[in-house]
Write a protein that binds this ligand. Structure first.
Ligand SMILES: [Zn+2]
Ligand SMILES: [Zn+2]
Length: 346
């Protein structure tokens, strides 16, 4: 094992802390990655509130370089890689019928690889990349090419994949349709970009923060509104990227007949949404969940990286405050101001 520092959540509701961990060598089919950059996603923060189990190494949106590999792995030491936090098995019933995003046997490690005083500390979302060294299945690594900075590449692994995927894969927005996105953060801005790629005609971003509204317009949103200005927008697709029932209700009210509400934001586990089913029925609307943008990682992540390299998918505007690992515990309690995504630089 090799010592490494990582961010551990020990008790729900209490801030995670930086700790000395021991990371084992990668097993067969596994890769040990030295992290270079990792984004602080809303899901890391909400895990403090409602993680299914503790302890847990937080972090799931990252990029780094291959440090060592187990048997049967094609990656070379030193290769730059992007981490994917959900790798479908390719064999289960869901994968076979083409719904890999609903895989019932997500690829994981053969056994625990991260320990504290000899006791396993599992990773959040098969990644746990707020740690200097991370062991992941080789299939969770996507090769990075070109000169994309690690801090931008890292964000492709969750915020970009989720936002763009929600539009192109989950909602399947068609040319000339209209969309509204509620919450113009890391995921919401990528919903705007996904809608542009899909050929949407009207793209409305709704956010209370004027800076974020500006950011959405700069990305190509056709309108940016404060929540109190967004009434009955009459859009074909509404994306909720906040995770709050009040925002979901507003997004539902924004739908045109035949429209669908796509739930992207992670709400509290005990959150409830109420709505009037009568109008919903007669207007033939839909509410659909969205996990990780219905991603097929091995097809979609390289495509997103290529779009970024071609300048068709902006990434630089996502990077907000840059902090070191030492600054991470504080970022959970007191998020740095400015920018969209706080990024840890290792
Ligand atoms: Zn995330
Ligand atoms: Zn599967």
């Amino acid at each position: 094992v090799t010592p490494a520092r990582g961010l551990v959540l020990d008790r729900r509701g209490e801030p995670p802390t930086l700790q000395e961990l021991e990371v084992a060598k990668p097993g067969a089919g596994e890769v040990r990655v030295r992290m270079v950059a990792a984004g602080l996603c809303h899901t890391d923060v909400s895990s403090v509130r409602d993680a299914r189990s503790v302890p847990l190494v937080l972090g799931h949106e990252g990029a780094g370089v291959v440090e060592s590999v187990g048997a049967g792995v094609a990656f070379a030491t030193g290769a730059p890689v992007l981490l994917c936090w959900k790798v479908p098995c390719g064999r289960c019933r869901r994968c076979r019928v083409g719904d890999a995003h609903l895989c019932e046997e997500v690829v994981g490690l053969e056994g625990p690889r991260c320990f504290r005083d000899g006791e396993p500390v599992p990773p959040l979302l098969n990644a746990g990349c707020f740690c200097e060294l991370v062991v992941v299945p080789a299939a969770a690594c996507v090769a990075l090419e070109g000169d994309l900075p690690f801090e931008q590449a890292a964000l492709v692994g969750c915020a970009v994949a989720t936002g763009v995927g929600a539009v192109l894969r989950t909602a399947r927005v068609r040319p000339e349709e209209s969309i509204a996105v509620f919450g113009a953060g890391g995921v919401g801005l990528n919903v705007v970009s996904g809608a542009l790629l899909a050929g949407a005609r009207r793209i409305v971003a709704v956010d209370p923060d004027p800076g974020r509204r500006e950011g959405a317009l700069a990305r190509g949103a056709t309108e940016a509104l404060a929540p109190e200005e967004a009434g009955e927008l009459g859009v074909d697709h509404a994306f909720e990227a906040v995770g709050h029932p009040d925002v979901m209700a507003q997004a539902l009210a924004a739908l045109a007949p035949g429209g669908q509400l796509v739930l992207i934001g992670a709400s509290a586990r005990d959150a409830l949404l109420s709505f009037h089913p009568r109008a919903f029925m007669s207007r033939q609307q839909r509410i659909v969940g969205c996990i990780y943008g219905s991603l097929r990682p091995h097809v979609d992540l390289p495509v997103l990286l290529r779009l970024a390299a071609q300048g068709r998918l902006p990434l630089a505007d996502l990077v907000g405050a840059r902090i070191g690992l030492d600054g991470l515990p504080r970022a959970f309690v007191d998020p740095p101001a400015g920018g969209v995504r706080t990024v840890v630089s290792f």
